[in-house]
Design a protein around this ligand. Sequence first.
Ligand SMILES: C[S@@+](CC[C@H](N)C(=O)[O-])C[C@H]1O[C@@H](n2cnc3c(N)ncnc32)[C@H](O)[C@@H]1O
Length: 202
Amino acid sequence: MTLERAYWTAKAAGIFRPRIKLTEFVPQSLSLPPRMPEVNSAWKGIESVLGDLLTRFEVPRHDCLEFGVEHGYSTAAFASFFENVTGVDTFTGDIHTNVFGDFYAATTQRLSVFPNVKLIRGDYRDWIASDSKRYDLIHVDIVHTYVDTYACGLWAAMHSRCTLFHDTESFPAVKQALIDISRNTGKRVYNYREHYGLGILV
Ligand SMILES: C[S@@+](CC[C@H](N)C(=O)[O-])C[C@H]1O[C@@H](n2cnc3c(N)ncnc32)[C@H](O)[C@@H]1O
């Protein structure tokens, strides 16, 4: 159970606001992208529904931005579909990951087989303060607090055609942030319940 005050405040406030419908996303086909790295990742399984998801929501395949790269599993999946993938991460882990130390060099080496991937070592807060570009897709998979997911996710929703949020089923704070961003932007929200949950905002 999370003790984050902002999450409980948002959840309580939601009781008095219009209900947001989460439509279940049911993939029609599964296809494993090539060259997926052999690393631990809670994202495993989602890579196989990505092609179907992008087709279903008519997402162009030029520019993808990811917040939260870690060992590069999700980044590698995006690299199979998009011309350009930019991954932003502190590469030092957070309170919800079991990984500590600096893993930038190892992740850079692992993803070197993808010439279309550019990794940026930095904090999402610095990135969103200085980038005004629009992306076809933005993936939010950073520390799973309400405050950070809402701040990063709202910016992402305003700068992309499609925004993905990982861990909607394993972290209530992520699902609450997704619901509140949908309410505040008017975007539709879908949820894929497998593999810890993936929110889809379009
Ligand atoms: C759950 S992992 C990402 C997993 C990855 N998407 C995958 O499954 O392949 C979360 C990552 O977010 C990064 N992170 C946490 N807070 C961050 C912040 N404020 N700015 C940038 N990255 C952050 C951590 O370093 C960690 O690598």
